[in-house]
Design a protein around this ligand. Structure first.
Ligand code: GTP
Ligand code: MG
Length: 325
């Protein structure tokens, strides 16, 4: 299943040779002057390519094709204001959590759910895959979801179980979730780097990376790799932000925390991504376990909301608060 769906993520132009107007000779010239990727060509100036002996008309055509293939271009300040005015909130389907978040998870920015294992991070993600499909007046975004799964925790059965609570047909709900399993951190990045087309074609309004850090944590080991891990992760998250802005989509990441048992009394938890992740994600919600199936969500970072807490429960019906029952 996963392999078939990954086909979706094939970029329109993988290699620079795929760009219209780039033959083998031009490709060699481009590589010689350091333009090895479609991304770098998209941000190149015509003059830079002319300097390598490429004709002006070809240079313009190639840059244009590269920019279009990324589906993301630079915006002017006035366009940015317009973009911000389009920010919408996606209901989590849990009233207490929605209130904590000021209405739900925001489009055009990253929301991070972090906490120890079993605190409900993946459960929230799966529920969002359902609520995103709802009409706007019911808190949805009338769109589809893209689920990048690094830990093999996505369960179609869970979606089918959640759908009826929100008045959706289980089979139809599943059709609006595009799933991709990422096998390595590099694969995870490639999936996102090539996701613009699948996002556009499927009207995706919710992009989930669950978990964003697990591969990075297992592949980049030791202090000497910390800097390069953070740099790569940072690049990945900036890509995610750009996609969420370009498509007015909600971006949700999860992050497991490491308990530091050596700290006496208060158990201190550190998000895996460290500070860079903290600066990149705009809203952060810490989840901790309460008694039985109770979880407590704490808004720890928000661009505009006060810190606060919300109790919620994980039940067969999904994530809910008392008033939702
Ligand atoms: P990691 O990915 O391991 O870091 O954990 P997580 O935070 O993603 O946890 P996840 O969202 O997978 O939550 C798992 C919790 O949800 C477990 O405590 C389960 O008992 C609970 N859970 C999952 N499905 C159901 C269900 O159908 N009914 C009830 N009552 N609980 C459920
Ligand atoms: Mg999980």
């Amino acid at each position: 299943m996963a392999a078939e769906q990954i086909e979706y993520f094939k970029a329109k132009y993988q290699a620079i040779e795929d760009l219209p107007g780039v033959g083998p000779a031009t490709a060699t010239k481009l590589r010689e002057i350091g333009f090895k990727t479609v991304e770098s060509i998209a941000t190149a100036a015509v003059n830079e390519l002319i300097a390598a002996g490429i004709g002006e008309a070809t240079a313009e055509k190639v840059i244009d094709a590269a920019r279009k293939s990324m589906a993301i271009t630079f915006v002017r300040g006035d366009e940015l204001v317009k973009l911000r005015s389009n920010v919408r909130y996606l209901s989590t389907g849990c009233s207490s959590l929605d209130r904590l978040l000021g209405g739900g998870v925001e489009t055009q920015s990253i929301t991070e759910f972090y906490g120890e294992f079993g605190t409900g991070k993946s459960q929230i993600c799966q529920q969002l895959c359902v609520t995103v499909q709802l009409p706007y007046d019911q808190g949805g975004l009338e769109g589809a979801a893209l689920y990048v799964d690094t830990e093999n925790t996505f369960r179609p059965e869970r979606i089918m179980q959640l759908a009826p609570r929100f008045g959706l047909d289980p089979e139809e709900a599943l059709k609006k979730i595009i799933f991709a399993e990422a096998y390595t951190s590099n694969h995870q990045m490639v999936l996102l780097d090539n996701a613009d087309e699948v996002i556009k074609d499927n009207n995706i309004r919710l992009i989930i990376i669950d978990s964003v850090t697990s591969h990075f944590r297992s592949e980049y080991i030791g202090r000497e790799m910390l800097a390069s891990r953070q740099q790569t992760l940072n690049k990945h998250l900036h890509k995610l932000i750009r996609l969420s802005r370009a498509f007015n989509a909600v971006a949700v990441i999860t992050n497991q925390v490491m308990a530091q048992p050596d700290v006496f009394f208060a158990k201190v938890v550190t998000p895996v991504g460290g500070h860079i992740l903290g600066h990149t994600s705009h809203s952060r919600i810490f989840l901790r376990k309460g008694r039985d199936n109770v979880r407590i969500a704490k808004l720890t970072v928000s661009p505009f909301l006060p810190e606060g807490e919300a109790p919620l429960r994980i039940t067969q019906r999904g994530i809910e608060s008392e008033e939702d029952v």
